[in-house]
Design a protein around this ligand. Structure first.
Ligand SMILES: *Cc1c(COP(=O)(O)O)cnc(C)c1O
Length: 421
């Protein structure tokens, strides 16, 4: 479900024509729909109504402050994986009491920052991390509330690069080591085990592996309680998939919620969820302009002004994004099979291979759909290209929520060594 549709022959985000935005802001530009962000946050909140549940939006999916403020107003908390994301969440007005800190490699400085802010929970991923957190918290005279992220050895996720819950993945504590680590935590100062955490992957399009992982978590909670740990939260991570193609059919949030209700029935825990993609993915598009077409003996290349530095998902995960022209074409329009590529000097700078699209002329604009999650956040200035602008739409109004940097800004952090002046 999203709010991008044709109106009077032009692709709109809510009530704003994407052409109007591109005319003012230029391309490439990310455009986000507030209505879609709110809708997704509400659908999830409604599905879990009546449960003690914290929806901690995964900031790494899209950390734009406009997006975060929109979600903060819906009551979302945040799942952060760095000090920078923590500061973003706080700046957007998300209370520290709704922030959980995940990630395999937190630095002492990041731990200190999170303790000073007073976050809800640290999701810890190794014995070594727990030892350091214990030291840092003790030095501040604090006790960090922690959940151990366990690796349930369950395969899931839309692509090997986004599967995180198998025994060979770097994430989480090996299943068989978890209880020993909880025993260790119980003996340490400055840390208290309050929960169990799991996150098995992303773009998961079936319920079964999630259920299997969550059932393992519940069994662990029971064993840990028998061993005297006061486990009062479970964090089930994110990972729910979204439709990238019209025929994709990921489980709807209410089915996901029903499964979680069933699995956690009677356990008496706060359930923490870390949805990212399912909230932001279909709430954004990347608008680009066609530069040239280039016929070659085997293919017709459509070269656009967005590159893999702007939208890395196809290069990184062979991800599919639907491509829609901003000017609606009749279904009967002639189609050509294009390889849609960007200007970057890398062969992986390809958005789509052999994609049937209506005939595109230079100057035509296109939208890469479902680019709201893991889009702008993964962008870089590779090839000295400025970061794409980001625009947030709300009904019939829109605002630039990140402008394109100027050349001077792009080089502002660099300095000339004195021997070169
Ligand atoms: C990436 C990530 C998420 C969000 O995953 P989605 O698939 O976007 O829902 C949640 N928790 C952790 C620990 C993550 O690394």
């Amino acid at each position: 479900m999203h709010h991008f549709h044709y109106k009077d022959g032009r692709l709109h985000c809510e009530d704003v024509s994407l052409d109007a935005i591109a005319d003012e802001v230029g391309t490439p530009v990310y455009v986000y729909s507030s209505a879609t962000l709110r809708r997704h946050a509400r659908v999830i909140a409604t599905a879990f109504e009546g449960m003690d549940c914290l929806i901690a939006y995964s900031v790494k999916a899209n950390g734009n402050l406009g997006v975060l403020k929109t979600l903060a107003a819906e009551g979302c908390g945040a799942d952060v994986v760095s000090g920078g994301e923590l500061l973003r969440a706080r700046k957007a007005g998300i209370p520290a009491s709704k922030i959980v800190f995940s990630g395999v490699g937190k630095t002492r400085a990041e731990m200190r920052l999170a303790l000073e802010e007073g976050i809800h929970q640290f999701n810890v991923e190794s014995a070594a991390e727990v030892e350091v957190l214990s030291e840092v918290a003790s030095a501040l005279g604090q006790t960090a509330e922690v959940a151990v992220r366990v690796n349930p050895d369950v395969a899931a996720g839309g692509h090997p690069n986004i599967s995180t819950g198998k025994a060979g993945d770097k994430f989480g504590v090996p299943w068989d080591d978890a209880e020993t680590l909880y025993a260790r935590i119980a003996r340490l100062e400055g840390v208290e085990a309050v929960g169990v955490d799991v996150h098995i992957g992303s773009q998961i399009d079936v319920i079964a592996p999630m259920r299997a992982a969550f059932e393992r978590v519940v069994s662990l909670v029971k064993r840990l309680r028998e061993q005297g740990n006061d486990i009062r939260r479970i964090d089930l991570g994110g990972g729910l998939g979204i439709p990238y193609r019209t025929w994709d059919n990921p489980p709807p949030p209410d089915e996901y919620a029903a499964m979680i209700r069933e699995v956690t029935e009677g356990l008496g825990v706060q359930v923490i969820l870390e949805p990212g993609r399912v909230i932001a993915g279909n709430a954004g598009v990347l608008v680009t302009e066609a530069l040239f077409t280039k016929p070659s003996p085997k293919r017709t290349f459509l070269i656009v002004d967005a590159g893999m530095n702007d939208l890395m998902r196809p290069a990184l995960y062979q991800a599919h994004h639907d491509i829609l022209p901003l000017r609606e074409r009749p279904d009967s329009a002639d189609q050509i099979s294009y390889d849609v590529v960007g200007p970057i000097c890398e062969s992986t700078d390809k958005f789509a291979a052999e994609r049937n699209l209506p005939v595109i002329q230079s100057g035509d604009r296109l939208a890469f759909m479902s680019a709201g999650a893991y889009g702008a956040v993964l962008s870089s200035q590779y090839n000295a290209r400025p970061l794409a602008a980001e625009v947030l739409v709300d009904g019939d109004r829109y605002a630039i929520v990140r402008r394109r940097p100027t050349f001077d800004e792009m080089v502002a952090l660099e300095a000339t060594p004195d021997w070169l002046t």
